[in-house]
Design a protein around this ligand. Structure first.
Ligand code: LLP
Length: 433
């Protein structure tokens, strides 16, 4: 679900007109719906009600303080992957004890900071990392709580850049070696074995890969329970969202064409129905690390059409947003629906266009050969489903300022992050020698 729909010919986020936000705040502009995020969190939490569970938001998907604050208030913990993410959680009023710290390359500085703040668990991805955490904890006079990330070698059937659970991926410790590595961990004096973790990939649109991974892992988890009395099993994130045809209400039929992902999607209930029966008998605390499924459909990126360039080969709709603002189409050929903020009337001509940004790269596109209603310079567009891996992956490439972010809640809204100024662009730089 989401809270973006047309009302009286204008696209709204909850009770706020997006055209008004674009006029007042300029574009490119990210807008998030608080109600959608809350609702997603509650639906997932409810679907898992039969399990002793904790939802740890994978904040790499969207780390704005306002979003973290909102989820912390709902009771979420956080899956973090850097010292910077821990810093953000603490700034948002969250607690380190509600954080699990993942990632294949944790540095001494990050480990020291996480130990000092008291994270719930380090999710460890290799033997050298295990030894290093033991050493850093020893030097700090502490015991580090750890879980090993196990790579179950299953195919998540998703884009190759976001598949993480096959043996050729850099993530985790192979399932055939995991018990041996736990035995090693048990010998290290400055570690406390707390759990086990896995994550097989992202934007997964079927329950099958999750079930396959859990079926392989459950016997191992049981063995770890009896050997080390582990407290938790984190089953990672990865539940996919609908990117195509995501404006249900009032949408003209060109949005309602068949979902090109093959009509596949998993709702939280399907997911819960598939995984709960496998997990419940364990009697363990189950952690989840959803990112995209909580925030993806809760955000849009607003852009203004700068020019419409017609060539004999193509029509290019050139917007003021570019790949530096939203890199998913360029990096993963990710599909984002693009809709005008002013609802197009039924008779408006449509045609195939490329929607592109101003960045000096041919990869700087949001859509290619997409059937869109005719637009003109000055028109405003929304790129949908941009709440996850949108702003967080934005960069200053081409010396473009990072966009502002707005959080809407009902008919209230506020600036959750100010647009960068040109001075921000050069902060910290000087002629060095
Ligand atoms: N847990 C771990 C250990 C992860 O690596 C990830 C995502 C998650 C949880 C959350 O997965 P989610 O529920 O969001 O699928 N930038 C890419 C996605 C990268 C995902 C990285 N890891 C994209 O825009 O599609």
């Amino acid at each position: 679900m989401h809270e973006f729909s047309y009302c009286d010919g204008e696209l709204y986020c909850e009770g706020v007109s997006l055209a008004r936000l674009a006029s007042e705040q300029g574009t490119p502009l990210y807008v998030y719906s608080a109600r959608t995020i809350r609702e997603h969190y509650r639906r997932l939490d409810k679907a898992l009600a039969g399990l002793d569970h904790r939802v740890c938001f994978a904040m790499k998907a969207n780390s704005n303080l306002a979003v973290l604050d909102l989820l912390a208030r709902e009771g979420a913990g956080f899956d973090i992957v850097s010292g910077g993410e821990l810093f953000r959680v603490l700034k948002a009023g969250g607690r380190a004890h509600d954080c699990t710290f993942a990632g294949v390359g944790k540095t001494r500085e990050e480990i020291e900071y996480a130990l000092e703040q008291g994270v719930y668990s380090f999710n460890v991805e290799s033997e050298p990392e295990l030894e290093f955490i033991n050493e850093v904890a020893g030097a700090a006079g502490k015991k580090a709580p750890v879980a090993l990330r196990v790579n179950p070698d299953v195919d998540a059937q998703t884009h190759k850049y976001i598949s993480t659970g096959k043996s050729h991926n850099k993530f985790g410790i192979g399932i055939d070696r995991i018990l041996g590595v736990y035995a090693e961990a048990a010998k290290l004096p400055h570690l406390q074995i707390r759990g086990i973790q896995t994550h097989i990939g992202s934007q997964i649109l079927e329950t099958k890969p999750f079930v396959e991974a859990l079926a392989k892992l459950v016997p191992i988890v049981q063995e770890l329970q009896s050997l080390y009395g582990i407290e938790f099993f984190s089953i990672g994130g990865g539940v996919g969202i609908i990117y195509r045809g995501t404006l249900e209400s009032g949408a003209p039929d060109w949005w309602e064409r068949a979902d090109e992902d093959g009509g596949k999607r998993i709702g939280f209930d399907d997911y819960a129905q598939a995984v709960v029966p496998l997990l419940k008998p364990l009697g363990l605390k189950i952690l989840l690390e959803p990112g995209r499924s909580l925030v993806g459909n809760a955000g849009v990126l607003l852009a203004t059409v700068q020019y419409v360039k017609r060539t004999p080969a193509k029509t290019f709709v050139i917007t003021d947003a570019g790949m530096n603002d939203l890199i998913r189409p360029a990096l993963y050929e990710g599909h984002h629906e693009i809709v005008p903020l002013k609802e197009p009337s039924a008779g408006v001509p449509r045609g195939p266009v490329d929607v592109v940004g101003p960045v000096c790269e041919s990869g700087d596109f949001f859509a290619q050969d997409r059937e869109l209603p005719e637009v003109a310079a000055g028109d405003r567009l929304a790129l949908l489903s941009a709440g996850a891996y949108g702003f967080v992956m934005a960069s200053n490439y081409n010396s473009r300022r990072l966009p502002a972010e707005i959080l809407v809640d009902g008919d209230k809204w506020g600036v959750a992050r100010a647009r960068q100024s040109w001075d921000d662009l050069i902060a910290g730089e000087k002629v060095a020698v």
